[in-house]
Every structure is written in C-alpha cells, then in structure tokens.
Unconditional design. Structure first.
Length: 398
C-alpha cells in the first residue's frame, strides 16, 4: 500500500470524526444552548449543506494549483472550523464553525479519491478509494465513540478541540507522505464541467443522495432513539456508535472489494438490503439487542455503497474526474442534509423517534430504483449507436 494512501486515511479519520461525532452529542449540545433536539439537528444539516456548497467551490478554486497543496489547504480550513466550534459562545456561531469545517470535506474526499485511484493499477482503483475511506470508517470505531464519551464526561467543547488537533495531524501527514503531484496538464474548469453532460454521472449522484441519505435519516437521531425508545442509558450511546463504526468499516471493505468485480450487482444488493433493514428498524428499535444489530447492519450496508458509487462517478466522468468526484462527495452530504431535515420534520410532527427510519427506507428504495434505471439506460445506449460502442469498455472500465 502506498504511504500516500495512509496519509489520506489520516485526514479522512479527522474529517470522519467531526462529521459523525455530532450525532452522539446532540442532547448535550441542545441542553447547553437551550434548543430542541430537532433544532440541534441543524448542526448536521448545516454541515451537510456546507459540504454540498464547498465541494465544487473549493475544487474549482484548486484547479490552478497542485492537488497536494489543495489537500493541505483544505485541512487547514478544517482545523479552523473545528476550533471555532469548540469556542462558540452561541448556537449560531457553533453552526458557523460546522459550516466552515464542512467546506473542506467534499473537496478533500473528492480530490483524495482521484489521487488514491491514480496511485494504483487500473484494477485496484476502487480498493484504493476504499483504503482512503478506511480512515472515515475507523473514525466511527475509535474517534466518534471516544469523542462522544469525552463530550459526555468532560464537555462537548473538549471533543471539538481534540478534533481540531486531529486535523493538524492530518495536515502534517499529508505534507510528509503525499508525493508532489503537479496539476494535470490541460486541466481546466470547462473541461471538468463536461462530465455533467453525461446522464450516467447525474444518475450516480442521485443514487448517492438517496442511498446514503437513508443511512443518515436513522443515524442522525440515534441518541434520542436509543435512549427514549430502546431504553439504553446515555453512556451506552458510545458503544452503539462503535457498532455503527464497525459496520461501516466492514461495509467499506466489502464495497471496495466487490466494486472492482461487479459494481452494479453490488449496488443492487446493498441498496435493497439497506431499505429492508431501515424499514425493520422501526420495529427492532424497541428491543435493545435487535436495535444494536440493526445499527451494525445500517452501517455495513450503507457504507458498502460508498466505493462503488464513487467509482461509478469516476468511471463515467473519465477524462474530467476531479470536480465530478468532489461533487459526488457533496451528494453524499446532500443526502445527509435531506435526511436529517426530513427526520426532524417527522419527529416534530409527533410521529416519534423511530419515524426517521421510515424516511430512510423510502430513500434507499428510491436509490435502488435509480440503480435499475441507470442500468437499463446503459444497456440501451449501444443499440442506438453501434459504432460508439467499441470505445466504451476501455473508457469506463480502465
């Protein structure tokens, strides 16, 4: 494994910790600022929207400098945002800090995916992307539960101060281990935008929004759901998040392994399984044991979609992958924002803390429908223009 992949995983660890640790600390933050749980959920929605906006913006700003330099600058922005969150005296400033940190998220994973894929042989690209995302999944096994424990025991501000320190470590790791990679010759914003003319790129992004949104519909409100419905204590949220992280880790490895072999069948399997598990979670949330198993499965099935979805975008956007890759990371977080918002709506409507699971099941089922539709369109395309068929395997499956 190239050491550069390890450096990218270190940065992903810090970003993953700040993205997901907020779920376990929503009750504490809400109580500290005197706001409701659905209002505190805006810290999830705001972060996700910031990723959606920041992903293309920061990537476009970085088209004239090397990818390594962009990654270092993004980690610096991440550190600043988390430091602001740790010191914020009011909810509005706390939300602002989350948005600042989120601006680094999409471009980091988007550019990092391209760098990771370029470091390995063609048949190992999804595996390389999965290796980088391992930092994100390990964050959910170690960083998020530990951050939740520290936040509950010492104070949530300490958690975000530690996350800022993780960002510094990630920055130093990238500076030391990622090789100098000059800006690709001929890279221009106009060329990157051409990728979005391909309907398959847009369909893959739509699958990303809906599929991973299904995960966040349930996980955003995991703390109140487990304490108020399943009957767990506040302290149990830490190890429940460990379960979620283990599921993510296993799902990421599975998705990275099989996406290089059978990408679309992998998506059919994981998205259908995710829809079923989320639907059942509305019932299993009332049992401690079944709720814990459901959390593990949601993490595994949800994150098994990440490498194949990211690889599909890179494949379909061949020749201009950087912006499309970053925007797809934004698509993951657009799904997160949509799901967190919809979950807050159904809770505020009095439907209970399990209602977001139904929202997630519907979103995952919709993503599955788009996956089938994408495959149908892909099969039909060669029929219209036989002469254009021959180059496709080389371009798509390089």
């Amino acid at each position: 494994m190239p050491l550069a992949l390890l450096a990218l995983a270190i940065g992903a660890f810090g970003i993953g910790t700040t993205e997901f640790v907020i779920m376990g600390l929503l009750p504490e933050i809400a109580a500290d600022y005197g706001v409701s749980i659905p209002t505190a959920g805006l810290l999830v929605t705001g972060y996700a929207i910031g990723v959606v906006i920041g992903a293309p913006l920061m990537t476009m700003l970085g088209t004239r400098i090397s990818r390594k330099t962009v990654l270092i600058l993004l980690m610096g922005l991440f550190v600043a945002g988390n430091a602001l969150s740790a010191l914020a005296p009011g909810f509005g400033l706390m939300l602002s800090g989350r948005v600042v940190a989120s601006f680094a998220h999409g471009a980091f994973f988007g550019i990092g995916s391209v760098v990771a894929a370029d470091l390995v042989a063609p048949g190992k690209k999804a595996g390389a992307i999965a290796t980088m995302f391992t930092g994100l999944t390990v964050a959910n096994i170690v960083g998020v539960p530990l951050g939740t424990f520290i936040g509950q025991a010492v104070g949530w501000r300490t958690t975000f101060a530690i996350v800022a320190a993780l960002g510094v470590a990630g920055l130093l790791g990238i500076a030391a281990l990622v090789p100098a990679m000059p800006r690709p010759q001929g890279a221009r914003l106009r060329g990157e935008l051409t990728a979005f003319r391909n309907p398959q790129v847009l369909l893959a992004m739509a699958m990303t929004v809906l599929g991973f949104g299904g995960v966040f519909a349930a996980i955003t409100y995991i703390a109140p759901m487990m304490t108020q419905v399943a009957g767990y204590s506040d302290s149990a949220i830490t190890w429940l998040l460990v379960l979620f992280g283990i599921g993510m880790f296993l799902g990421n490895l599975l998705g990275g392994r099989y996406a290089d072999r059978a990408l679309m069948p992998m998506l059919y399997t994981t998205l259908s399984g995710l829809a079923v598990v989320l639907a059942l979670f509305t019932v299993t949330a009332h049992s401690k044991i079944l709720a814990a198993i459901s959390i593990l499965l949601v993490g595994a099935l949800g994150f098994a979609t990440v490498p194949p979805l990211q690889k599909r975008v890179l494949d379909q956007a061949h020749g201009a992958p950087t912006l499309a890759s970053a925007v797809n990371i934004g698509a993951f977080n657009l799904g997160n924002a949509l799901a967190a918002w919809l979950g807050g709506i159904v809770i505020a409507a009095g439907l209970g803390y399990t209602a977001p699971n139904w929202v997630g099941a519907v979103l995952a089922a919709a993503a599955l429908g788009l996956a089938f539709w994408s495959a149908v369109l892909e099969r039909r395309a060669p029929v219209r223009d036989t002469a254009a068929v021959m180059p496709v395997p080389t371009a798509v499956h390089h």
